[in-house]
Design a binder for this molecule. Structure first.
Ligand SMILES: [Zn+2]
Ligand SMILES: [Zn+2]
Length: 80
């Protein structure tokens, strides 16, 4: 059995409205939380650890062009 994110796999669309201006926010893809300050080399190692630990969630970054506001949303992965 495998966990897949329905958004990454194009099975679902997550629509999120900006709390400030009400516009639809743009899906900027996935992020692995708290890795922003690490080098790419380190990030790769940690990503693997995180992958092992949190199999059931995929974190997507949504962004509002208008307000320069971004928000991370944890998407529940589904078992296939
Ligand atoms: Zn995803
Ligand atoms: Zn906005």
């Amino acid at each position: 059995m495998e966990y897949v994110c329905p958004i990454c796999n194009g099975m679902a669309t997550y629509l999120l409205r900006c709390p400030h201006c009400g516009k639809q926010m743009e899906n900027r893809g996935t992020v692995v939380e708290f890795l922003d300050d690490y080098s790419p080399y380190l990030a790769m190692d940690i990503t693997q650890l995180v992958d092992g630990a949190a199999h059931d969630q995929c974190v997507h970054l949504f962004y509002c062009e208008e307000c320069k506001y971004d928000k991370r949303v944890s998407i529940q992965r589904i078992k296939m």
